[in-house]
Design a protein around this ligand. Structure first.
Ligand code: ZN
Length: 212
């Protein structure tokens, strides 16, 4: 589900279907639900029984894989620190890492950057064809987490993306992105919730007062 204030972004984005940009840069203030929106968009692109407005059906095999974090044509790239914290990332990869069982890892501070190793892994993924014959979708969050080496490694692919690959880059700090990255993305400023909408939504969630 997306947040109520994102409905307009969603509907306007659906007008791009048919000539979907290969890289979309969803940006806006921190805390407005950009990542959730990107993930929902990704699910909509991968869903095999998409509804008329681009909404994922929530019931097909693709949607099931997606919600379990197992869709073979989907990758989410986040810094290690976030993956550990929020349980983001690819379930299959996490299992493999656990199976490795390297004890030494626990004491190391997880990185807050998206590293070149992650991008290399991603390039392997975009280099192979689609498993389901549809789109392949990559969510990158936060895009400003890309360190210089990682950003440079990604550039070439953003310049000449393989057919059917869609990058959804999410950023709260466009000013920290390399201009060369920005110029290869279609920029999409995300709508801020109006104060009354935000208050109403928070109330519905059982939050009496908006946090200061
Ligand atoms: Zn579906």
């Amino acid at each position: 589900m997306i947040y109520p204030w994102q409905a307009d972004d969603w509907n306007r984005l659906q007008q791009l279907r048919g000539h979907w940009p290969h890289a979309l840069l969803l940006h806006g203030q921190a805390g407005i639900g950009k990542l959730r929106f990107a993930q929902h968009l990704a699910q909509g692109l991968l869903c095999e029984a998409q509804q008329a407005n681009g909404e994922p059906c929530g019931a097909c095999v693709a949607c099931n894989w997606f919600t379990q974090g197992n869709h073979p044509d989907y990758r989410i790239i986040v810094p290690e620190a976030l993956a550990a914290e929020a349980g983001l990332g690819n379930a299959a990869e996490e299992k493999a890492e656990k199976a490795d069982g390297d004890e030494g890892k626990k004491t190391r501070t997880p990185s807050k950057e998206i590293k070149i190793e992650q991008i290399r892994g991603l390039l392997d993924f975009v280099g192979v064809g689609s498993h389901r014959g549809g789109a392949r979708v990559v969510v990158l969050y936060p895009a400003e987490g890309l360190n210089i080496a990682a950003a440079n490694a990604l550039l070439k692919t953003l310049e000449e993306p393989p057919a059917g690959v869609v990058f959804l880059m999410v950023s709260a700090r466009v000013d920290r992105l390399l201009p060369t990255i920005i110029s290869r993305c279609r920029q999409w400023p995300m709508t801020m919730p109006a104060p009354d909408v935000a208050t109403k939504w928070l109330a519905a969630q059982g939050v009496a007062e908006a946090p200061a």
